[in-house]
Write a protein that binds this ligand. Structure first.
Ligand SMILES: O=P(O)(O)OC[C@H]1O[C@](O)(CO)[C@@H](O)[C@@H]1O
Length: 398
């Protein structure tokens, strides 16, 4: 049993959310190792990880020049770091950046490529197999994960760079600690333009958002509690208005599924506009809104389940050479379509002066909201028996 979702302690929790649960005693979640504690440490996590990566000898990566391609290998949150790298590098990046979520590496990977193997625990079979395959094929390898792990031994045997990220929380609560070394490796390769001030500003924003979302701030001043209660009892639909916002939307989907255990639809508006937007006209969209009994008891479990849209809106940044300004028409259209059907749409705007900070501005509050939503249902966000059982099954079958 480790930090990750340990213990099949039975499923506790209440089908109906109750706001009083997040206004009361949250000592379990704020104690060191608890979910709110881990999220509140996002800023320090990012700073610490940047310092560790700076000492990890990543500069050696640049010695062989620009690679043909970069593969970021891992699963779950580790794989999300590859999506973040791709979005921070932007569509004009001269080298393809590919997230690889299954064991090993794609067949074409060879000596001209760089493989970044990421695993918070340092023992996911997918990341280990990727690191092994990269070393065998002579690709440049960087490994990122827990100190004294199998991944570290493998990296040492392959004489590859290893960034030891201390493991203080489950992978999904260590996003920033895992992401920064990936970005810093890509910076050495000349693929992202990330200056120290960007890292400092992003960490500062994470600190400020943690302060706004702190447990003793009531829902009317706490944006995460407010978002959690707006989503309570609904099917959340999280759409991002640009590639960057799309990554944040999928991240919110990960967190709502794992922490709050809500079914979520998430994606980027470019693809959504081609079909998924039809959800607005469906059983949980306009049909539910049309048949809603406005006098119904909100605690009545027969009340129709409805969609709630969370629109992560990124209007881009003037003068950002890596990322052209996104087309904002789809975001306007979705908000309008939802409004005309009576489907609630909360808009979260991206803020900040660089891609990383803008991403953080779309991730921090929703991360907290996913934990508050779990707590409002009496669920323990740190214990997800289905995840542990699934792991046991898959490891057992190997
Ligand atoms: O980063 P690690 O330790 O390789 O774990 C990968 C993924 O496996 C899980 O533990 C379970 O699926 C996720 O929470 C995590 O993101």
């Amino acid at each position: 049993m480790g930090l990750e979702d340990d213990g099949i302690a039975g499923i506790t929790g209440d089908r109906l959310p109750d706001e009083r649960r997040i206004e009361g005693d949250l000592s379990d979640a704020i104690r060191p190792g608890g979910a709110l504690w881990a999220l509140a440490s996002a800023g320090p996590q990012l700073r610490e990880s940047a310092a560790l990566a700076a000492d990890a000898g990543l500069a050696a990566l640049a010695e062989e020049g620009r690679p043909r391609a970069v593969v970021v290998a891992g699963v779950g949150t580790a794989a999300r770091t590859g999506d973040i790298l791709a979005t921070v590098a932007g569509p004009r990046c001269p080298v393809p950046i590919l997230g690889h979520r299954s064991a090993g590496v794609p067949g074409w990977v060879g000596a001209a490529d760089v493989v970044i193997a990421v695993s918070a625990s340092g023992r996911s079979p997918e990341a280990l197999a990727a690191a092994e395959a990269a070393a065998r094929r002579g690709a440049r390898l960087v490994a990122i994960g827990a100190p004294d792990s199998e991944l570290q031994s493998l990296a040492e045997r392959a004489r590859a760079s290893f960034v030891a990220v201390p493991r203080r929380a489950p992978a999904r609560l260590s996003l920033w600690a895992l992401t920064v070394p990936v970005l810093m490796a890509a910076r050495e390769l000349g693929l992202v333009n990330l200056v120290e001030a960007d890292i400092a500003e992003t960490a500062r924003r994470l600190d400020e958002d943690a302060e706004r979302c702190r447990p003793d701030a009531d829902a009317y001043v706490n944006p995460a509690k407010e978002l959690a209660m707006n989503l309570a009892g609904s099917i959340p639909v999280v759409w991002g208005s640009s590639p960057l916002a799309g990554v944040a939307a999928r991240r919110f989907g990960d967190m709502l599924a794992a922490n709050s255990r809500y079914p979520v639809v998430s994606g980027e508006l470019g693809e959504v506009g081609r079909g998924r937007v039809g959800l607005l006209d469906g059983v949980f969209g306009s049909l539910a809104e049309g048949q809603k009994d406005i006098f119904a008891d909100p605690d009545d479990s027969d009340e129709l389940t409805r969609l709630r849209i969370v629109l992560m809106r990124d209007d881009g940044l003037d003068g950002d050479d890596a990322n052209p300004k996104p087309d904002t028409r789809r975001a306007d259209a979705v908000a309008d379509l939802a409004g005309r059907r009576g489907v609630r749409c909360d808009v979260l705007p991206a803020e900040g002066g660089c891609a990383l900070e803008r991403l953080a501005s779309l991730i921090a509050v929703p991360d907290f909201a996913s934990v508050y939503l779990a707590l409002a249902h009496g669920l323990d966000p740190m214990r997800v028996p289905a995840v542990s059982e699934m792991k046991d099954f898959t490891l057992g079958s190997e």
